[in-house]
Design a protein around this ligand. Structure first.
Ligand code: SF4
Length: 220
């Protein structure tokens, strides 16, 4: 059964004792129906407004704990919610520099991720339609960069205190290869990661050759 955490990608209590909810925004988009519903909920519950998060989501904040369930019910159980943080750029369809379709890739990636909601780790993903990396691909645990030949898959990026770009797992992958490699890497990561460790620290500890091997990619 889908939980409130799955639907909203987290429910957080703040220092002020109030809560925040982040409704699903598949591939970072929200249609008119959902926008209207969010506006109604903000108005009807007297919330201060919404906040744009760094992960391309809308956050309803300032929710008293006693009404958070009611707010969640009004927002609704949104089929298609992906509990992983996945950011993407406009890609080929909407950016004149784009070389690959980021929305199509993100939709397929979300399907792979939903099969792994119980894996115990929540890596962050970035998908960009060209090597400029506007979808934060270089600093996510798993990053994808489109080019004329397909996709480059990165692993181990971090935007945190020890910021660093992810390292290349493989280049020139088609969409099917991206999904199979990513799935194998996530299975390897979740089976071997230490508590509190993110992908960047994991790569430091086990090495990129081990990650490539798990992905089924020959070491260059
Ligand atoms: S990464 Fe490339 S395709 Fe994506 S928004 Fe930036 S310039 Fe456009």
């Amino acid at each position: 059964m889908k939980t409130i955490h799955d639907t909203f990608g987290g429910i957080s209590s703040r220092a002020d004792g109030l809560c925040a909810l982040r409704p699903a925004m598949p591939q970072g988009f929200m249609d008119a129906t959902m926008l209207a519903r969010v506006a109604e909920v903000v108005r009807d519950f007297g919330l201060p407004g919404i906040r744009a998060t760094g992960a391309q989501r809308v956050e309803l904040y300032g929710i008293a704990p006693e009404v958070v369930d009611a707010v969640a019910r009004r927002i609704g159980d949104l089929d298609g919610a992906c509990p992983f943080m996945l950011t993407l750029c406009l890609g080929r369809v909407q950016c004149d520099k784009g070389l690959q379709d980021t929305r199509a890739m993100a939709a397929r990636l979300e399907a792979v991720l939903k099969e792994r909601t119980g894996m115990g780790v929540r890596p962050k993903f970035g998908v960009s339609g060209c090597p400029r990396g506007c979808g934060q691909s270089y600093v996510r645990d798993v990053g994808l960069l489109g080019d004329a030949k397909g996709w480059t898959l990165l692993f181990g990026g971090s935007a945190g205190r020890k910021a660093r770009p992810g390292q290349t797992v493989a280049k020139g992958l088609d969409a099917d290869a991206v999904l199979s490699c990513t799935g194998r890497i996530l299975d390897f990561f979740s089976a071997n990661v230490k508590k509190g460790e993110r992908a960047a620290g994991f790569v430091e500890r086990v090495g990129m050759d081990a990650v490539r091997h798990a992905a089924g990619i020959a070491t260059p």
